[in-house]
Design a protein around this ligand. Structure first.
Ligand code: ZN
Ligand code: ZN
Length: 159
């Protein structure tokens, strides 16, 4: 069987621990491994089947933003390789080439970054959704984050 799998990273409302959950075989609750809090999950069919992120299983909110799943290791490797090559040219006094290679490395970095898979994040509880579903969420919006986070924190009694 090659069923799509959506991976969730649930953020514990009590201690902020990141708890990985596979949507397709998740139960109705998970227990936080750090603080022991039970976190109820309401996983919709769309999330379970990796079709879409419609409703957040943790806070049942419907507002999400998209961001790139950035792996800092990839970016760092590119910068190090670029720096090593440009250091070689610098040794021969060819500053211009050295700088242009650094600039190229930065561009490659951007390219790698641009090709990274996106993930969807819940505005309210910061649960992350990784999967093959089509990304429909918009980019992060500070105002929305402010509104939804405060609403969620009031609801779970953090403020
Ligand atoms: Zn916890
Ligand atoms: Zn949520």
């Amino acid at each position: 069987m090659n069923r799509p799998l959506m991976q969730l990273l649930v953020k514990c409302p009590q201690c902020d621990a990141g708890l990985p959950v596979t949507a397709s075989n998740a139960g109705t609750a998970i227990r936080c491994g750090r603080c022991g809090r039970d976190i109820p999950l309401t996983i919709t069919d769309a999330v379970r089947d990796d079709r879409a992120v419609d409703v957040c299983p943790v806070c049942e909110g419907g507002e999400f933003y998209a961001r790139k799943d950035f792996d800092p290791k990839v970016g760092l490797t590119v910068v190090i390789i670029g720096a090593a090559i440009s250091a070689g040219f610098y040794w021969f006094g060819r500053d211009l080439i050295a700088y242009s290679i650094l600039a190229t490395a930065a561009l490659v970095d951007l390219f790698v970054y641009g090709r990274l898979k996106g993930l969807t994040v819940c505005y309210r509880c910061h649960t992350e959704f990784r999967g093959a579903y089509p990304q429909t969420a918009h980019a992060f919006d500070l105002h929305s984050a402010d509104v939804f986070e405060k609403e969620y924190e009031r609801r779970i009694g953090r403020r």
